[in-house]
Design a protein around this ligand. Structure first.
Ligand SMILES: Nc1ncnc2c1ncn2[C@@H]1O[C@H](COP(=O)(O)OP(=O)(O)OP(=O)(O)O)[C@@H](O)[C@H]1O
Ligand SMILES: [Mg+2]
Length: 445
């Protein structure tokens, strides 16, 4: 069910108290006389005006005793209800919009095709915006008010919603809606220029040969999207367990167990963390563990799982480069309650992580894989990264686009051997390094 359909269900929202009853009953009468779908071609203001007119007739006909103020309040509430989310409605229906950002009543921004633009729209008042926000968060039984001024929620329709209100926000109520990310196939990602056939060929081999892969990138660079597409390469006879904070992955295989963490309730109880789920998943005979985003102590459990037989696991981490991703995993693992010496962590990462895939969002909005690197170090050695694919970007061209080219480098012998053992070919574009100097390696601590 769409967000709009859910939010305008009268049973859920209109039935609180007698007043709510009146609103719900007039809303039903209004919808009997008017077909909202037929009105979809009208501009928002015209739609509202027409609804108000028709409702005015209905109220006059039924003749309840109302003062002028009560009557106009009733009309406003019924029409608001009928229109659902008001000016946000058309934005939510527009599939090209991936993010809606409301910075107070007067500033509405959207992201389309990776670019952010301000729209010539505004809410009548901060109050009206607040009502819309309340309507949205009430669909997931959450509340937003001064004692609870921040809400982060996933709606039943998949959208992720974040609300923060004054006094924490200094510019009125702030609403951010992230569209449920559409899943893209690797072919579609190739069409976007996010990667190319050679890289898909390589990544497919690495996934099938059960290399442990970490997808890394900053916020909104397409980590979840790529993780989803890569997970699609896992053979269908394997048992996959996905672990996420807000379930976004949409795997097509039949043998998939989906786990989602749970925030604490209002009394601060009942929390189940990603870490709890990672630990539990180890007792569920997984062939593959897919962790949506590693952002806490679960890093340690995941690294341990990866280096003790749960090969072929996939995860994302928030980092700006392949090196940073390693450091971040290390820092997160050291934040866990178990004290692990630095050297042991280093060792753990060297034996757990096989591949790093770095994503970058460019100034023109394009999201691309900017590096595929193999972790080619052992034991307590400093991390040694062998770049096998890289995107070399040019400065932004006058047409506002960022052009560039993917480049490939030979695979370490060890990687080629592992692919061979798993009956996966070494893609020709890469080849195998015969000597150490043919590798595009660099060291990191
Ligand atoms: N390669 C791509 N090309 C174009 N759009 C993309 C690409 N990858 C992702 N997107 C779009 O970018 C938005 C963010 O993608 P996604 O949720 O995968 O990013 P993320 O890095 O996981 O974000 P977060 O840090 O918030 O978890 C989505 O709307 C998604 O559809
Ligand atoms: Mg994500």
């Amino acid at each position: 069910m769409s967000l709009r359909a859910r939010i305008s269900t009268p049973e859920e929202h209109g039935s609180r108290g007698e007043d709510g009853h009146l609103v719900a009953s007039y809303r039903a009468k209004l919808l009997e006389e008017i077909d909202l779908a037929e009105m979809s071609s009208l501009a928002a203001a015209e739609r509202r005006a027409r609804l108000e007119r028709v409702l005015g007739h209905i109220i006059s006909r039924e003749g309840p005793v109302l003062s002028t103020v009560e009557r106009s309040q009733l009309i406003r509430r019924v029409v608001d209800e009928a229109l659902g989310l008001g000016i946000l409605e058309p934005l939510l229906e527009d599939a090209s919009i991936t993010e809606i950002m409301v910075n107070g009543p007067d500033a509405i921004f959207v992201e389309r095709g990776g670019r952010v633009e301000q729209l010539p729209l505004r809410f009548v008042s901060a109050d009206q915006l607040m009502q819309t926000i309340e309507r949205i968060v009430s669909t997931v039984n959450r509340r937003v008010d001064e004692s609870n001024p921040m809400v982060d929620a996933r709606l039943p329709s998949g959208e992720r919603v974040n609300v923060i209100i004054p006094p924490l926000s200094l510019t009125g109520p702030i609403l951010t809606i992230r569209r449920f990310p559409r899943s893209f196939t690797l072919q579609e990602l190739i069409a976007f220029g996010s990667l190319d056939e050679h890289m898909v060929y390589l990544l497919a081999g690495l996934v099938q040969a059960k290399f442990n892969i970490i997808v890394s990138g900053a916020t909104g660079t397409g980590k979840t999207t790529l993780l989803n597409a890569l997970s699609g390469l896992i053979p269908s006879h394997e048992r996959i367990i996905t672990i996420e904070d807000s379930a976004e992955l949409q795997l097509q295989q039949t043998h998939v167990v989906r786990l989602e963490s749970r925030p604490p309730n209002v009394e601060g109880k009942g929390q189940v963390t990603i870490r709890d789920l990672v630990r539990n998943s180890l007792r569920m005979r997984p062939d593959r563990i897919v962790v949506g985003e590693v952002r806490g102590g679960e890093s340690l459990d995941m690294l341990q799982a990866m280096s003790t037989g749960h090969d072929g696991s996939l995860a994302t981490v928030h980092a700006n480069s392949a090196e940073d991703a390693l450091t971040r995993l290390q820092t997160l693992a050291s934040m866990s309650d178990v004290e692990v010496p630095f050297v042991a962590l280093h060792d753990q990462i060297n034996s757990a992580v096989d591949v790093l895939v770095q994503l970058t969002r460019f100034a023109d909005g394009a999201r691309r894989i900017t590096e595929v690197a193999l972790l080619d170090s052992h034991g307590g050695e400093p991390y040694r990264l062998a770049t096998v694919a890289r995107f070399d970007a040019q400065p932004m061209s006058p047409d506002g686009r960022v052009y560039g080219a993917f480049r490939y480098f030979p695979l370490p012998r060890r990687t080629a051997d592992r692919l061979y053992m798993a009956s996966q070919p070494v893609p020709q574009a890469f080849g195998v390094a015969r000597t150490a100097d043919q590798l595009a390696t660099r060291e990191a601590r």
